[in-house]
Design a protein around this ligand. Structure first.
Ligand code: SF4
Ligand code: SF4
Length: 143
C-alpha cells in the first residue's frame, strides 16, 4: 500500500505556506526555489499559489485524491516538513483532517498505516522518499 500522501495532496491546496525569507535559495544554498515564492511581508515569503484563495501551491503536481507529489520535495519549506499526516506518528493532525474533508475524503485513521507494520517499516519518516507532498505545514500554515 502506498503512503497515503501519495494519493492525496489536499493540504497543499488549503493553507497559506509562509516561511522566513532566509529559507529562500537566494540566500540559503539548497533552499526553497525563489522563483516559486512571493513576498508576504517584511520577514516572510510564501509559496506562489498559496497567498489567497483559491489556494493551490505552485509546486504541487497532483490530482487531489488520486496522485500527488511535491515537485520541490527536497527543498520544500520548513512548514511543509512539520505537517504530519494524521496518525502517521501516533496522533491526529487537524490540518491533515481538515484538508482531506475539504476535498470530500475521510480523515486518515490508524488503519491507514497498518501497511507499515506489515512491511516492518519503522523508519522515522517513511514519507521522505522524494515523492510525498506531506509535511506541508507547522503548517502549510501560516499566517
Ligand atoms: S498530510 Fe494529510 S492532507 Fe496532506 S497530503 Fe498527506 S494525507 Fe493528504
Ligand atoms: S509540500 Fe509544500 S512546497 Fe510542496 S507542494 Fe505541498 S505546499 Fe507546496
Amino acid at each position: 500500500m502506498p503512503h497515503p500522501c501519495l494519493t492525496c495532496g489536499a493540504c497543499c491546496t488549503q493553507y497559506r505556506v509562509a516561511f522566513h525569507w532566509m529559507e529562500s535559495d537566494e540566500v540559503t544554498e539548497g533552499g526553497v526555489p525563489h522563483q516559486l515564492t512571493e513576498r508576504l511581508d517584511a520577514h516572510r515569503l510564501c509559496m506562489r499559489g498559496t497567498y489567497s484563495d483559491p489556494i493551490r501551491c505552485v509546486a504541487l503536481d497532483s490530482e487531489i485524491g488520486v496522485y500527488s507529489r511535491c515537485t520541490i520535495h527536497p527543498n520544500r519549506p520548513s512548514v511543509c516538513r512539520e505537517v504530519d499526516a494524521s496518525w502517521e506518528y501516533g496522533k491526529a493532525s487537524s490540518q491533515c483532517d481538515r484538508a482531506r474533508i475539504a476535498h470530500g475524503m475521510q480523515p486518515l485513521t490508524l488503519a491507514d498505516w497498518r501497511w507499515r507494520d506489515e512491511a516492518d517499516n519503522d523508519d522515522d519518516h517513511p514519507d521522505d522518499n522524494g515523492n510525498s507532498p506531506s509535511s506541508p505545514p507547522n503548517t502549510p500554515v501560516a499566517a
